[in-house]
Write a protein that binds this ligand. Structure first.
Ligand code: KIV
Ligand code: ZN
Length: 379
């Protein structure tokens, strides 16, 4: 099995479902081009049956990008698959993503159906989608809570029908990482045609475990991950692209690779956040404002002696211009001296001590000390 992980970006589909994050066609095309530059393998461009605007956006993205596969979502319904196929007509590498619920709770309370009928409909949907495109991905919605024996039967059936990728979403973000690992391993042991398809992870973050579950899935055999920029998506969001890309990059010992060019992670994060009007939380891994900012005296002193004391990645590697030393009342003399020297002031120890005492009083009052405050202090 190859150790190259396919990055399937669903920022423009699952991410864009977030209330208030809708983008117009031009904005979606701009994001799609940025995703292509970033090196994603598949762009899930939208859900064409959902609105004329989304249909037009998927079409426009097919014309705007050339490298990545362009994927369109559909339910396991004729009209959805027809719309997806039509929207993808000009794509160089089109993929239809179709599927249906797989947990008993979805089968009974959403579809008012039975396991047998769900398998029949799944086979029909894959077969019908295959009449338009070669590359068909099947999603078994809520696979995280599905009966495992049934999930194995469903996986076998859709692969036999021609699915090239089987997506096993933890739609409700329910699983723990070791459970995800056990489930994917079980499928590898019990589905005899599983090696004819790629297994995909699509994990939601309801318990903050989306990234951990995705890594567990990769370790058990999944070779595609469905992710979004900044981890945006339904409810608590999806697995974040930047986290997966950098986990696999930092932990080369795991032996997996992606096609992501990490230097575009931060610019892409900023673009998506700005266009969607969705701020990134300051402590967000990789792309948050504080991801490379050091504020306590102990950390600042250690960082200034040797950056690797407190950083496991270089900010420049992910496109962040530089690390930051923030001056607050938790900062120490080392950080104060460092910032003063950047401003052209050098102080010997007794003077620095005096200045530091006044700095702490000012910092307690102002919370954050900026260069203008330091100049005032020195003045
Ligand atoms: O979370 C989910 O199950 C989905 C599917 C439509 C793939 O988004
Ligand atoms: Zn989802």
């Amino acid at each position: 099995m190859s150790n190259r992980i396919q990055i399937f970006d669903t920022t423009l589909r699952d991410g864009e479902q977030v209330p208030g994050c809708q983008l117009n066609r031009e904005e979606k095309v701009e994001v799609a081009k940025e995703l292509e530059k970033l090196g994603v393998d598949i762009i899930e461009a939208g859900f064409p049956i959902s609105s004329p605007g989304d249909f037009a956006s998927v079409k426009a993205i097919c014309d705007a990008v050339s490298e990545p596969t362009v994927c369109a979502l559909s339910r396991a319904k004729k009209e959805d698959i027809d719309a997806a196929a039509e929207a993808l007509k000009t794509a160089k590498r089109p993929r239809i993503h179709t599927g249906i619920g797989s947990s008993d709770v979805h089968i009974i309370h959403k579809f008012n159906s039975t396991r047998e009928k769900i398998i029949e409909q799944a086979i029909w949907a894959v077969d019908y989608a295959k009449s338009f495109v070669e590359d068909v991905e099947f999603f078994a919605e809520d696979a995280g809570r599905a009966d495992l024996e049934f999930l194995a039967k469903l996986t076998h059936a859709v692969i036999k029908a021609g699915a090239t990728v089987v997506n096993l979403p933890d739609t409700t973000g329910y699983l723990l990482p070791h459970q995800m690992h056990q489930r994917i391993s079980y499928l590898y042991e019990h589905v005899d045609n599983i090696h004819q398809a790629t297994i995909s992870m699509h994990n939601h973050n309801d318990l903050g475990l989306a990234t951990a579950n995705t890594i567990a899935g990769i370790q058990a055999g999944a070779r595609q991950v469905e992710v979004t920029i900044n981890g945006i998506g339904e409810r608590a969001g999806n697995t974040s692209l930047e986290e997966i890309a950098m986990i696999l990059n930092v932990h080369k010992d795991l032996g997996f690779s992606t096609g992501i060019h990490p230097q575009y992670l931060y610019p892409t994060s900023c673009l998506v956040s700005n266009l969607m009007g969705m701020p990134v939380q300051a402590n967000k891994a990789i792309v948050g404002a504080n991801a490379f900012a050091h504020s306590s005296g102990i950390h600042q002193d250690g960082f200034l002696k040797h950056a690797q004391n407190y950083e496991i990645m270089n900010p420049e590697d992910v496109g962040v211009p530089s690390s930051a030393i923030l001056l607050t009342s938790r900062s120490g003399r080392a950080a104060l001296r460092h910032r003063l020297s950047l401003l052209g002031y050098e102080f010997e120890k007794p003077d620095l001590d005096k200045l530091y005492t006044r700095f702490l009083i000012m910092a307690d009052e102002k919370k954050m000390i900026h260069d203008a405050d330091l100049k005032e202090l020195v003045g």
